[in-house]
Design a protein around this ligand. Structure first.
Ligand code: S3P
Length: 426
């Protein structure tokens, strides 16, 4: 349980945030598929990434920790049958990307996860992997699933949804397949897998939303520096943006344009955000993000191709919208229903307890901003991003706000409350 009181002083100071979750998963998995050693610096030390590590260890990958560096001994695409079931914990990225790896392995294995992950759809990866030649036992489209991989053939797959997890699963299978794999997505989802595959030596071409990958290539492991996670930074960005007088500098944040929709959106809402010290870490753009709070936010419309660029930031952005003047309409975001919780229902339900005016829609929500928020007893609904969003809302909800079940924050941002407090103590 966490307790937040309001009114709060402004947020001030400079901090770094934990490594990017999506990039950490990919560095571990591509390192495991590659030949040679991959050294990962700045990896995310959080539960979701340890789920990936433990699954790969069970598949025979040697993974060691030396100080703050993680070393992956690549198995050049050949893994061992694990002694038992694989457990992806709470991590959708682990489960879906791992199925792409397992699709090319000549053994049968069952993959499971926690109760939240067992509710999330897996048919979106099962379908293309079956087309490529993987076998799934039974008809289940949720975990646990049993897969028997083997010889795969490249396919052309037009994905009905913009999902980086599906894209990554197909590309990891395509790497192990005979021939060429072509993946097309309706809107551009995060492209960390494409960037890292290319860095590790895969033959991959990207033209708009269409990716072409040649199968059978050997990846070469290397050094990966993981930027700070913009999805974690978003909570602090919103906290600073909604509290007048705040001045927060978040160092070394990944600002890949397929991920940085929250910065664009907050700027459109009227927040003062500046990127400083822009640089490249490998193929990933990185910058220090400066936020000055209190410029008076206004409601906006969010939809279309913007959604994949900020899908994980919607819980934080909904809090900004609840505080802003006017209406915010979030559309084309039905994917929110199948995240770690049904984020449309959960966000609306919890923020309403504070007095926010939110209407749920089939594909998103409509938020009437500017209501006076009052502290209340809230629940994380078992969702790490919801817990952090509610804590941020608590900063501007008069009186005391509690968030029960907040230990789920360790899924992606251990130290979140310490980071927030360090900015408030200044
Ligand atoms: C992720 C992709 C997104 C995102 C998730 C992480 C990834 O999911 O919401 O938190 O690392 O590939 P989808 O692929 O389901 O859109």
């Amino acid at each position: 349980m966490i307790i937040i009181t309001s009114p709060q002083e402004k947020l001030a100071g400079e901090l770094t945030i934990p490594g990017d979750k999506s990039i950490t998963h990919r560095a571990i998995m591509l390192g495991a598929l590659a030949r040679g050693i991959t050294e990962i610096r700045g990896y995310l030390d959080a539960a979701d990434c340890w789920s990936t590590v433990e699954c790969l260890r069970a598949l025979g990958v040697r993974i060691t920790l030396k100080g703050r560096r993680l070393f992956i001994e690549g198995r050049n695409k050949k893994f061992m049958k694990p002694p038992g079931e694989l457990d992806a914990g709470n991590s959708g990225t682990t489960a879906r990307m791992l199925l792409g790896i397992l699709a090319g392995q000549d053994f049968q294995v069952t993959l499971s996860g926690d109760l939240s992950l067992q509710k999330r759809p897996m048919d979106r990866v099962i379908e293309p992997l079956q087309l490529m030649g993987a076998h799934f036992e039974g008809e289940s489209d949720t975990l646990p699933v049993t897969i028997r991989g083997g010889l795969l053939k490249g396919v052309t797959y037009e994905c009905p949804l913009a999902s980086a997890q599906v894209k990554s699963a197909v590309l990891l299978a395509g790497l192990q397949a005979d021939g060429t794999t072509v993946f097309e997505e309706p809107e551009r989802s995060r492209n960390h897998t494409e960037l890292m595959l290319s860095r590790f030596g895969a033959r991959i071409e990207v033209e708009g939303n269409r990716i072409t990958l040649q199968g059978g290539n050997t990846l070469r492991g290397g050094q990966v520096w993981v930027p700070g996670d913009i999805s974690a930074a978003a909570f602090l960005m919103v906290a600073a943006a909604i509290i007048p007088g705040s001045e927060v500098l978040i160092k070394n944040v990944g600002v890949n344009p397929t991920r940085s929709g929250a910065i664009d959106l907050l700027t459109k809402m009227g927040a003062t955000i500046e990127l400083r010290e822009e640089k490249m870490w490998g193929k990933e753009p990185v910058a220090d993000v400066m936020i000055n709070g209190g410029s008076g936010l206004k409601g906006v419309n969010i939809g279309g191709e913007m959604i994949p660029r900020l899908i994980d930031e919607i819980p934080a952005l909904a809090v900004a919208a609840a505080v802003a003047e006017g209406e915010t309409v979030i559309s084309d975001a039905s994917e929110l229903k199948v995240k770690e919780s049904d984020r449309i229902a959960a966000l609306a339900g919890q923020l309403r307890k504070l007095g926010a005016q939110i209407e749920e829609t089939e594909e998103g929500m409509i938020i009437q901003g500017g209501a006076d928020l009052k502290g209340a007893a809230l629940d994380s609904c078992g969702d790490h991003r919801l817990a952090m969003a509610l804590a941020v809302a608590g900063l501007v909800a008069e009186g005391e706000t509690s968030v029960s079940g907040a230990e789920v924050i360790n899924i992606s941002f251990p130290g979140f409350m310490q980071s927030l407090r360090s900015l408030l103590d200044k």
